[in-house]
Write a protein that binds this ligand. Structure first.
Ligand code: PMP
Length: 281
């Protein structure tokens, strides 16, 4: 266990987090997860930019430049000897006597990053079951905030029902998954919720949309209803962890006869090719 702790590369046991860290007490911070294939960061530019944007949204200053942070992450990956995995990072507003309002200027934000092994399962990912549940979250879901109560309660409900993911909806309009973005395929067109305040604009979502454009798959970024989703030809979900994975059952209703649809399958191939393009094979 090595960690980046406020810019230093140290061992996990040497890290000291204050009990009054605002991340711990209020979830007052932001985070990011980047996938590593072949020892290389995937889509790091987009992920790091999103971290800076999320931090800016809640008025925390990242104590490094994007380039400095990337170099530190690369050093951590080398130190850990990691080939396939993720790097998790988070930035909190720092430690200060508990009080809702921001602390004074001198209080420094607290940054940590560490890696975790995660094998690459390959391009074919079998379809999963999902359940539908109310999107109970706040109205700034575009911020990758540490506050994940709405997400974890939904995910737990899914897991207890034997499902891999919870698909969230607001009054019958599908927003996203508890830790993923959801898309449907109707008559050859990919439809996904627009990147507004109601969803996290996933990096996997963005890469997939680029791959659709490059390969002539029509895309519409428009909200769709539960009924649209249940009647769709294909349903899929995307995230750093699951890449492009089909959803073949929702609340027990079977999609595409329980099979991976042809466009989802094609997107899995394009996604694997993009991984190889960025990170080598
Ligand atoms: N939406 C939510 C709510 C998420 O937590 C995640 C994953 N962190 C995503 C979407 C997918 O984002 P990404 O593709 O950048 O991992």
């Amino acid at each position: 266990g090595n960690l980046i702790f406020n810019g230093e590369l140290i061992t996990r046991s040497a890290v000291k987090i204050d009990v009054e860290d605002r991340g711990y007490q209020f979830g007052d911070g932001v985070y990011e997860v980047i996938r590593i294939y072949n020892g290389q960061l995937f889509a790091s530019e987009m992920h790091l930019k999103r971290l800076f944007e999320s931090a800016k949204f809640i008025r925390i200053k990242v104590p490094f430049t994007l380039e400095e942070l990337k170099a530190k992450l690369e050093a951590l990956i080398v130190k850990d000897g990691l080939t396939f995995g993720i790097v998790y990072m988070q930035l909190t507003r720092g430690a200060s006597s508990r009080n809702h309002a921001f602390p004074t200027e001198e209080v420094e934000p607290v940054f940590i990053a560490y890696t975790k092994e995660m094998p690459y399962a390959g391009e074919v990912k079998p379809g999963v079951k999902a359940l539908l549940t109310d999107d109970m979250r706040w109205l700034r879901c575009n911020i990758k905030s540490l506050n994940l109560l709405g997400n974890i309660l939904a995910k737990q409900e899914a897991v207890e029902a034997g499902c891999a993911e919870a698909v969230l909806h607001r009054d019958g309009i599908v927003t996203e998954g508890s830790s993923s973005n959801v898309s449907i395929i109707v008559d050859g067109t990919l439809k996904t919720h627009p990147a507004n305040n109601l969803i996290l604009n996933g990096i996997t979502r963005r890469v997939m949309l680029q791959l659709c454009q490059a390969n002539g798959i029509p895309v519409v970024e428009e909200a769709f209803s539960i009924a649209d989703m249940l009647a769709a030809d294909e349903v899929l979900y995307t995230s750093t962890g699951v890449e492009v994975t089909p959803i073949v059952s929702i609340d027990g209703k079977i999609i595409n006869d329980g099979q991976t649809g042809p466009i989802t399958r094609q997107l899995q191939v394009y996604f694997r090719e993009e991984i190889e393009r960025q990170c080598g094979r």
